[in-house]
Design a protein around this ligand. Sequence first.
Ligand SMILES: [Fe+2]
Ligand SMILES: [Fe+2]
Length: 170
Amino acid sequence: MAKKKHEKSIELLNKAVADELLAIHQYMYFHFHCDDQGYDLLANLFKNTAIQEMGHVELLSERILFLNGDVEMKIVGKVQKIQDPKEMLKCAAKMEDDSAKEYNEWANECSANADSASKKIFEDLVQQEERHFDQFDVEMENMEKYGENYLALQSIERSKTVSTRTQAAE
Ligand SMILES: [Fe+2]
Ligand SMILES: [Fe+2]
Protein backbone atom coordinates (compact mmCIF):
# COMPACT_ATOMS: atom_id res chain seq x y z
CA MET A 1 0.00 0.00 0.00
CA ALA A 2 1.23 3.48 -0.81
CA LYS A 3 2.52 5.65 1.99
CA LYS A 4 -0.22 7.39 3.96
CA LYS A 5 -0.43 11.13 3.85
CA HIS A 6 -1.93 13.17 6.63
CA GLU A 7 -2.37 10.45 9.28
CA LYS A 8 -4.20 12.85 11.60
CA SER A 9 -6.71 13.81 8.91
CA ILE A 10 -7.38 10.14 8.15
CA GLU A 11 -8.11 9.59 11.84
CA LEU A 12 -10.50 12.56 11.98
CA LEU A 13 -12.22 11.62 8.75
CA ASN A 14 -12.77 8.10 10.11
CA LYS A 15 -14.20 9.54 13.33
CA ALA A 16 -16.61 11.54 11.20
CA VAL A 17 -17.58 8.38 9.27
CA ALA A 18 -18.37 6.73 12.62
CA ASP A 19 -20.62 9.68 13.57
CA GLU A 20 -22.38 9.62 10.23
CA LEU A 21 -22.96 5.86 10.37
CA LEU A 22 -24.61 6.22 13.76
CA ALA A 23 -26.78 9.05 12.45
CA ILE A 24 -27.88 6.88 9.51
CA HIS A 25 -28.85 3.99 11.81
CA GLN A 26 -30.52 6.28 14.34
CA TYR A 27 -32.54 8.22 11.77
CA MET A 28 -33.66 5.06 9.98
CA TYR A 29 -34.83 3.68 13.34
CA PHE A 30 -36.81 6.91 13.83
CA HIS A 31 -38.09 6.64 10.28
CA PHE A 32 -39.45 3.10 10.84
CA HIS A 33 -41.26 4.11 14.01
CA CYS A 34 -42.72 7.36 12.64
CA ASP A 35 -43.90 5.47 9.59
CA ASP A 36 -45.43 2.80 11.82
CA GLN A 37 -47.25 5.45 13.86
CA GLY A 38 -48.50 7.23 10.73
CA TYR A 39 -46.40 10.39 11.06
CA ASP A 40 -45.49 10.74 7.42
CA LEU A 41 -43.88 14.16 7.56
CA LEU A 42 -41.45 13.15 10.28
CA ALA A 43 -40.92 9.70 8.75
CA ASN A 44 -39.85 11.32 5.47
CA LEU A 45 -37.70 13.91 7.17
CA PHE A 46 -35.74 11.22 9.02
CA LYS A 47 -35.38 9.05 5.94
CA ASN A 48 -34.22 11.92 3.71
CA THR A 49 -31.76 13.09 6.33
CA ALA A 50 -30.36 9.54 6.65
CA ILE A 51 -29.84 9.45 2.88
CA GLN A 52 -27.97 12.76 3.06
CA GLU A 53 -25.77 11.40 5.86
CA MET A 54 -24.96 8.49 3.57
CA GLY A 55 -23.72 11.04 1.05
CA HIS A 56 -21.50 12.46 3.79
CA VAL A 57 -19.98 9.01 4.43
CA GLU A 58 -19.19 8.78 0.75
CA LEU A 59 -17.53 12.19 0.68
CA LEU A 60 -15.43 11.42 3.76
CA SER A 61 -14.49 7.96 2.47
CA GLU A 62 -13.31 9.27 -0.88
CA ARG A 63 -10.98 11.64 0.91
CA ILE A 64 -9.69 8.88 3.22
CA LEU A 65 -8.84 6.65 0.26
CA PHE A 66 -7.26 9.56 -1.59
CA LEU A 67 -4.95 9.99 1.40
CA ASN A 68 -4.14 6.26 1.17
CA GLY A 69 -5.93 5.44 4.40
CA ASP A 70 -8.74 2.94 4.79
CA VAL A 71 -12.35 3.47 5.78
CA GLU A 72 -12.82 1.85 9.20
CA MET A 73 -16.65 1.72 9.01
CA LYS A 74 -16.94 1.77 12.82
CA ILE A 75 -20.13 3.09 14.38
CA VAL A 76 -19.55 5.57 17.19
CA GLY A 77 -22.31 4.28 19.49
CA LYS A 78 -25.55 2.38 19.80
CA VAL A 79 -28.92 3.30 18.36
CA GLN A 80 -31.19 4.73 21.05
CA LYS A 81 -34.55 3.00 21.05
CA ILE A 82 -36.61 6.19 21.26
CA GLN A 83 -40.18 5.92 19.97
CA ASP A 84 -41.68 9.20 21.14
CA PRO A 85 -41.55 11.76 18.27
CA LYS A 86 -40.69 14.67 20.51
CA GLU A 87 -37.79 12.77 22.07
CA MET A 88 -36.66 11.66 18.61
CA LEU A 89 -36.42 15.26 17.45
CA LYS A 90 -34.56 16.26 20.60
CA CYS A 91 -32.07 13.43 20.11
CA ALA A 92 -31.60 14.19 16.40
CA ALA A 93 -31.12 17.93 16.98
CA LYS A 94 -28.47 17.19 19.59
CA MET A 95 -26.65 14.80 17.26
CA GLU A 96 -26.57 17.45 14.55
CA ASP A 97 -25.39 20.12 16.95
CA ASP A 98 -22.62 17.87 18.28
CA SER A 99 -21.50 16.96 14.76
CA ALA A 100 -21.38 20.59 13.67
CA LYS A 101 -19.25 21.46 16.71
CA GLU A 102 -16.87 18.54 16.13
CA TYR A 103 -16.53 19.21 12.42
CA ASN A 104 -15.71 22.84 13.16
CA GLU A 105 -12.90 21.73 15.46
CA TRP A 106 -11.66 19.13 13.02
CA ALA A 107 -11.66 21.67 10.16
CA ASN A 108 -9.34 23.80 12.26
CA GLU A 109 -7.16 20.82 13.06
CA CYS A 110 -6.83 19.89 9.39
CA SER A 111 -6.00 23.48 8.59
CA ALA A 112 -3.28 23.50 11.26
CA ASN A 113 -1.83 20.39 9.59
CA ALA A 114 -1.84 22.07 6.17
CA ASP A 115 -4.57 19.81 4.77
CA SER A 116 -6.94 22.34 3.27
CA ALA A 117 -8.92 19.81 1.19
CA SER A 118 -10.01 17.88 4.32
CA LYS A 119 -10.65 21.19 6.04
CA LYS A 120 -12.97 22.17 3.19
CA ILE A 121 -14.88 18.88 3.49
CA PHE A 122 -15.44 19.46 7.21
CA GLU A 123 -16.51 23.05 6.59
CA ASP A 124 -19.04 21.98 3.97
CA LEU A 125 -20.37 19.34 6.35
CA VAL A 126 -20.76 21.91 9.14
CA GLN A 127 -23.06 23.87 6.87
CA GLN A 128 -25.15 20.81 6.07
CA GLU A 129 -25.38 19.59 9.68
CA GLU A 130 -26.45 23.08 10.74
CA ARG A 131 -29.20 22.89 8.15
CA HIS A 132 -30.26 19.47 9.50
CA PHE A 133 -30.28 20.90 13.01
CA ASP A 134 -32.51 23.70 11.81
CA GLN A 135 -34.98 21.31 10.20
CA PHE A 136 -35.30 19.27 13.38
CA ASP A 137 -35.52 22.44 15.45
CA VAL A 138 -38.38 23.79 13.32
CA GLU A 139 -40.30 20.53 13.81
CA MET A 140 -39.73 20.75 17.56
CA GLU A 141 -41.10 24.28 17.53
CA ASN A 142 -44.13 23.14 15.55
CA MET A 143 -44.75 20.44 18.09
CA GLU A 144 -44.51 22.94 20.94
CA LYS A 145 -46.85 25.32 19.13
CA TYR A 146 -49.48 22.87 17.97
CA GLY A 147 -49.07 20.13 20.55
CA GLU A 148 -50.92 16.89 19.86
CA ASN A 149 -52.62 18.47 16.83
CA TYR A 150 -49.31 18.52 15.02
CA LEU A 151 -49.07 14.74 15.13
CA ALA A 152 -52.81 14.20 14.67
CA LEU A 153 -52.69 16.22 11.43
CA GLN A 154 -49.98 14.00 10.04
CA SER A 155 -52.08 10.92 10.77
CA ILE A 156 -55.12 12.51 9.14
CA GLU A 157 -53.04 13.31 6.03
CA ARG A 158 -52.00 9.66 5.91
CA SER A 159 -55.63 8.49 6.17
CA LYS A 160 -56.63 10.85 3.37
CA THR A 161 -53.89 9.54 1.10
CA VAL A 162 -54.78 5.95 1.88
CA SER A 163 -58.49 6.50 1.24
CA THR A 164 -57.81 8.27 -2.08
CA ARG A 165 -55.60 5.39 -3.09
CA THR A 166 -58.27 2.86 -2.15
CA GLN A 167 -60.90 4.80 -4.10
CA ALA A 168 -58.66 4.96 -7.14
CA ALA A 169 -58.13 1.20 -6.96
CA GLU A 170 -61.87 0.51 -6.92
FE1 LIG B 1 -23.70 14.25 8.19
FE1 LIG C 1 -26.78 15.66 9.69
